[in-house]
Design a protein around this ligand. Structure first.
Ligand code: AHR
Length: 293
């Protein structure tokens, strides 16, 4: 740290980001960078975890050594944070979780979590599918489903998978052929979809737990000569609702996209401003979301 932030009395934020695996993530990082500026009273130290928990743990330890005022953590997975969060707590540095959350023994190891209700996103995807099949008079037919899951163990993957599975359990004619991780990455999503298409000739629905994997799945289906989307056989359900994906919804390539709001910078800013004034903050703060079909 140089003397700028001290002389100008800036609030020092150490931000440990998951990585740059998706368009959503880039939009999320942009939101933080546009919020935590010197004009807004902040000095930002940004660390890209490159989708690895060990990098994020290292970053948090460095933030503690640098005596930052706040740590903002977008955790790649939910478990394995107790020790390092305890170190931050002992150093008296508030930790704000953003986007994904953690599972820890003591919930005073972090101040609050702001992010998406991933379970509801997944459940809404299931409810949308139920309604869609009914509208197409396919409510009673056997429906074969595959899922491209996100990074296993991340809140976004766990919530979306469990939320969708809640509806799946109630629909006796729905068959989940296979769920496999594409790690929220386009190339990996395409690779897994290619495998699904070769293995299962009768897919009716592909659930893509983010837009980049949906783009990969669309490429794989195009190359395999499959009909998909609004006018095709395979229905495509995605999550995030990034700009490029909404255009794909408009073209009829993606049937529905469940929104996941990446604009978390201003939400975290509000939390910090409250804490600075000594005010209480809500432990869990969900951002508003909808879906587009
Ligand atoms: O945690 C949010 C998820 O992570 C987004 O759905 C995905 O695109 C990102 O990589």
């Amino acid at each position: 740290m140089d003397s700028t932030e001290e002389s100008e009395n800036l609030i020092v934020v150490g931000l440990s980001q998951v990585g740059s695996e998706s368009d959503w993530r880039l939009a999320n990082t942009k939101s933080y960078r546009e919020t935590f500026t010197e004009e807004n009273g902040y000095y930002l130290i940004f660390e890209d975890g490159q989708q690895k928990q060990e990098n994020q743990v290292k970053a948090i330890r460095n933030f503690i050594l640098q005596e930052v005022d706040y740590i903002v953590l977008d955790p790649v997975v939910e478990t394995g944070w107790d020790a390092v969060l305890k170190e931050a707590k002992d150093a008296g540095i508030p930790v704000i979780l953003a986007d994904r959350t953690v599972q820890v023994e003591e919930d005073d190891l972090y101040t609050c979590w702001v992010g998406s209700d991933f379970f509801t996103e997944g459940e809404n995807a299931g409810k949308w599918l139920k309604d869609y099949l009914k509208r197409r008079n396919k409510g009673e037919e056997e429906i074969n489903i595959v899922t491209l899951q996100g990074t296993l163990g991340s809140s976004a993957q766990i919530g979306r998978t469990e939320g969708f599975n809640r509806v799946l359990k109630q629909e006796k004619n729905w068959v989940m052929l296979e769920q496999q991780s594409g790690e929220f990455v386009q190339a990996k999503g395409k690779e897994v979809m290619e495998y699904f298409l070769k293995t299962y000739p009768n897919i009716d629905v592909v659930i893509c737990e983010n837009d980049n994997m949906a783009f990969g799945a669309v490429d794989a289906m195009k190359e395999a000569g499959k009909s998909f989307g609004k006018k095709g056989k395979i229905a495509v359900i995605s999550f995030d609702a990034t700009e490029a994906a909404l255009l794909a919804v408009e073209r009829g390539e993606i049937n529905v996209d469940m929104e996941c709001n990446p604009l978390l910078g201003p939400v975290v800013d509000k939390v910090i401003k409250k804490l600075e004034k000594g005010q209480d903050v809500e432990k869990i703060q969900y951002v508003e979301e909808t879906y587009f079909d």
